[in-house]
Design a protein around this ligand. Structure first.
Ligand code: PMP
Length: 447
């Protein structure tokens, strides 16, 4: 894989002498995190001395590209941003109505620590209806987004040096949360030939006595790849043989799946693993509620209790009004979600076809989410009209932004190069124009 090693531009404390000390299994590239992924947190005045744990993490390249695009826009440039991971739809009206009603009824106070009983009941019903999972009330937790769920789970369980297996390409937050807890992300590259999915063999090779968690995400951000029951089965068999290893599954894109793909979640496939699976979900993506900040999970009561302790000393509880809104979303009609999914599918089909027509670019058809993860290996080594060599996917992303005002995120930011991610959760006309511009900019590259 021509992606260059990436530890260089981050101040990761576990890197010495240019070598990354994340555990590196024979078939894992623990260093491969994308050049310049994050801006290091540095003291700006002599009074501030940031805690050393912060030097491991920073602002993701996605936000950096979005910021740069915003800056170019401010300068009057015409920029199309395909970087953001949120639906362009608005929150459904019945959900907003529920929030208004909740406010009027006085639901403006602290709530139960990790979710109101009413919302937990709606979540239990959702798990039963959509996933065939029976959770008791004390096996459910609610937080300010799925991101806080992950944060709580890792803070509640990781000891320094514990290893967490993360297939790449991956949502950058996974590794950063592990790092900030003093854990060790073990990044396992998942080849495009395997549909960007982790295989049981890859997994078996990287499990050690220090492995605490495996993190899986289906459909995936950034690849859009999803695991069917057939893909999960051998992975779960490996986990059955390693009782010290827990599984975190991030199902946040559950409802955004295409064609005849049948979404399934591991706790439903292998009930005997239920005692060590945390099934994470949320309302951000399915119901276009990113700003409301509600995520939830089902898992063993002991873990859920420990996560509530963490939450009790950070945010106390999720927003009372947002919880009422999330309840309306989960209990409400499903057809609006299906209708929006059809719209995403049309955009996916358009984007994949357009990208595959570009010489030097290849794009796999994703099963879900609203991203394409296109390969640009064929463009590496080419030269821009102003005489710069494209040496990496980051170079290509920078070139697209400078030359034609299209913001995409390089695959190296997600731990797998050379690729670039576009989010097609944008208007069809913008998407069309962006693909036209990418094709144009690519034609201008010389061999
Ligand atoms: N998991 C994945 C894979 C995501 O892409 C995101 C959002 N980008 C989240 C979790 C976080 O979602 P939330 O808004 O619920 O924190």
């Amino acid at each position: 894989m021509p992606g260059r090693p990436i530890c260089g531009e981050r101040r990761i404390p576990s890197i010495t002498g240019g070598r990354c000390r994340w555990p590196k299994a024979s078939n894992s590239t623990s260093c491969e995190r994308g050049s310049g992924v994050n801006a290091p947190v540095q003291a700006t005045s002599s009074l501030l001395r940031p805690a050393s744990r912060l030097s491991a993490i920073g602002v993701s390249e996605i936000l950096k590209i979005t910021d740069l695009a915003a800056e170019l826009k401010r300068q009057g440039r015409d920029v199309i941003v395909l970087g953001t991971g949120e639906p362009d739809f608005d929150t459904p009206e019945h959900v907003k109505d529920a929030a208004r009603r909740a406010m009027d009824a006085g639901a403006t106070k602290y709530t139960a620590l990790d979710g109101t009983p009413e919302l937990k009941a709606a979540i239990r019903a959702k798990f039963k209806r959509d996933n065939g999972l029976d959770f008791a009330q004390d096996e459910i937790t609610v937080s300010a987004g799925a991101k806080q769920i992950l944060f709580n789970a890792m803070m509640a369980t990781l000891e320094p040096g514990d290893e967490v297996i993360i297939p790449t390409p991956y949502w950058v937050t996974y590794a950063d949360i592990v790092l900030v807890m003093g854990g060790k992300p073990v990044l396992v590259p998942c080849r495009e030939a395997n549909g960007f999915r982790l295989t049981a063999d890859d997994l078996a090779q990287v499990i050690t006595p220090s492995t605490r968690w495996v993190m899986l995400n289906s459909p995936s951000n950034p690849s859009g790849a999803a695991y069917s029951a057939m893909h999960y089965r051998p992975i779960l068999d490996v986990l059955l043989a390693h009782p010290q290893v827990w599984l975190m599954v991030d199902d946040i894109y559950e409802h955004i799946v295409y064609d005849d793909f049948r979404f399934v979640t591991p706790a439903a496939i292998e009930p005997s693993l239920r005692d060590r699976i945390l099934t994470v979900n949320g309302v951000s993506k399915a119901y276009a509620m990113t700003g409301w900040r509600i995520g939830y999970a089902g898992g063993p009561a002991e873990l859920i209790r420990a996560m509530a302790v963490v939450q009790s000393q950070s945010t106390s509880c999720p927003s009372s009004i947002s919880q009422a809104a999330a309840m309306a979303a989960l209990n409400g009609p499903a057809d609006i979600v299906r209708e929006r999914c059809r719209s995403f599918q049309a955009r996916r089909d358009f984007a994949v076809t357009a990208l595959n027509k570009i010489e030097g670019v290849t794009c796999r058809l994703p099963e879900g989410a609203f991203y394409t993860f296109a390969g640009c290996a064929g463009l590496i080594g080419r030269t821009t009209p102003d005489n710069h060599r494209i040496d990496s996917d980051s170079d290509f992303a920078q070139y697209l932004l400078r030359r034609v005002g299209v913001a995409v995120v390089p695959g190296s930011a997600f731990g797998l190069a050379p690729y670039f991610r576009i989010s097609y959760a944008t208007s069809p006309s913008e998407l069309e124009e962006a693909c036209r511009r990418i094709a144009h900019a690519t034609r201008e590259l010389s061999h």
